[in-house]
Design a protein around this ligand. Structure first.
Ligand SMILES: C[S@@+](CC[C@H](N)C(=O)[O-])C[C@H]1O[C@@H](n2cnc3c(N)ncnc32)[C@H](O)[C@@H]1O
Length: 465
């Protein structure tokens, strides 16, 4: 576990227009935080009412631009954490996401003046958290960002030799082979020129923000500046004849786009930790609300496969990243993982799958074992009487419904949580970052898994203090 950032936050306030000299930005007033409409109900009834209500949020606009700063698979719609945070917590309360991904829960929490805590094992998620939950003065961001791009361009014209040398020294041989396969030589030079300048920036907040922008130009729906066809949605496919856009120009565009139209973030504290959800570095009874979504069972979305594309530029080798990938909940490796004794119904589902495909049965056993340890940790850190809301997608493995909603309910109860209700959310395929459908058939493979998801609501009983 590494403590990366504490106490502080965010803030960026501005208008979507800046003066020509970029020195004076107008301030946009903060939006009115939504008010609770359920304060007359008991905590339990509020949770129940929310879970029974409309959780589709179709056609609703995202009001917080930070959520669009970087592509990330299977993000929450921000409205989802927002309604639970609004109705179940007060300003100053601590909201936690143990698998924070692109930090949707955390950003919503601080926007609503709650304190935010998040953990993840993915280094990209940590980067996104650091950038989203901190930020420098916006005038500096624009001026420094343009300056940075200009210097990178100059180095590209005047110092190609030394950039080539930097490239040679930056990667080990395996990582270099990966970079050579996925990035055209001209793009590599632009990227090394950009990352050199980013790493030279002294201000940590600015540096993390530019690092996010750098990563966002690589991991995009269209494969960004790499030779991949589509990184945000699918397994990467290399397109040999793709003509990648200029990385430096994309960086400048993305800088403006990310800073455009930002709404105000109120200042509250946040804590971002690189940690495994099965072993949380948090005190007992310290959290007022958990909202999270674990990965799909059976590795339906392979986060690292796409994240590697930018992480190799941020100092991670492909070997280290492969090691991290093994530790994702939902991973397919089974050797060296401790399986727990699962409750009866879940055991039966695992056995049914094992009867069809022994290996897949073991993988599912690992998934539910790891979710059991995660739910046990969630129970430990929650304050008695408080809620944990878990969002999970449906899954068919080898044609068998693995009944994730029933199994996680059972596992949560085994770990001392009281199940309040499970709501259903129909996915808006146009919005959600899911693996794209390449053929017209519906309800096959991944398509069948992902048209709806469950919102499982638990409460930690009061008496367990
Ligand atoms: C579905 S995504 C979360 C998306 C998030 N709700 C959002 O809005 O962006 C699942 C996350 O779980 C993380 N994860 C997987 N295994 C983990 C573990 N053992 N501990 C902590 N995080 C883990 C992944 O890195 C990924 O970021």
């Amino acid at each position: 576990m590494r403590l990366l950032f504490q106490n502080n936050i965010l803030l960026v306030i501005y208008n979507n227009k800046w003066n020509k000299d970029n020195s004076m930005l107008q301030i946009k007033l903060p939006f009115d935080p939504p008010k609770s409409g359920m304060k007359h109900l008991s905590y339990r009834d509020r949770l129940l009412r929310l879970l029974e209500g409309d959780l589709d949020f179709h056609g609703q606009k995202n009001t917080t631009a930070i959520h669009t700063w970087h592509a990330f698979p299977a993000k929450f719609p921000p409205q989802l954490p927002r309604v639970f945070i609004t109705e179940l917590t007060q300003p100053g309360d601590i909201v936690f996401d143990p698998m924070m991904g692109s930090c949707t829960t955390l950003v919503e929490a601080v926007t609503l003046e709650r304190r935010a805590v998040g953990t993840d094992i993915d280094p990209l998620s940590i980067q996104l958290g650091l950038a989203k939950l901190s930020a420098g003065d916006v005038t500096n961001v624009l001026v420094s960002g343009r300056e940075l791009a200009k210097k990178a361009k100059q180095n590209l014209s005047n110092h190609v030799k030394s950039l080539k040398k930097n490239l040679k020294n930056r990667f080990d041989s395996k990582t270099e082979a990966f970079v050579n396969y996925w990035f055209a030589p001209a793009t590599q030079l632009e990227l090394i020129a950009l990352i050199n300048e980013i790493e030279n920036i002294k201000d940590k907040k600015l540096r993390t923000l530019f690092t996010l922008i750098f990563s966002a130009i690589i991991i995009t729906k269209s494969g960004g500046v790499s030779l991949a066809r589509d990184l945000a949605h699918t397994r990467p496919h290399r397109v040999k004849d793709k003509i990648p856009k200029s990385a430096i120009e994309e960086f400048t565009k993305r800088l403006h786009r990310n800073l455009n139209n930002l709404t105000c973030q109120t200042q509250t504290a946040s804590l971002i930790l690189e940690a495994n959800s099965q072993d949380l570095p948090l005190a007992n009874h310290s959290i007022d609300l958990i909202i999270t979504s674990p990965p799909y069972a059976s590795n339906a979305i392979d986060y690292m496969r796409a994240h590697k594309f930018s992480l190799v530029w941020l100092g991670h080798s492909v070997t280290t990243l492969s090691k991290i990938r093994r530790t994702y909940i939902g991973g397919e490796t089974i050797t060296g993982f401790d399986m727990l004794s699962l409750p009866e119904y879940t055991r039966r589902i695992v056995d049914n799958l094992a009867a069809v495909d022994q290996k897949k049965g073991k993988v599912l056993n690992r998934y539910y074992s790891e979710m059991s340890r995660t739910l046990s940790e969630m129970h430990r850190v929650l304050r008695p009487g408080c809620a944990a809301v878990i969002v999970v997608g449906t899954s068919l493995i080898r044609g068998l419904n693995i009944e994730i909603q029933s199994c996680l309910k059972e596992i949560g109860e085994q770990n001392g949580l009281e199940h309040i209700h499970t709501g259903i959310r129909r996915l808006d395929r146009d919005k959600r970052m899911m693996p794209a459908r390449w053929n017209k058939k519906r309800n096959t493979g991944i398509e069948a898994r992902m048209h709806e998801e469950y919102i499982i609501g638990f409460q930690k009983p009061e008496r367990q203090l």
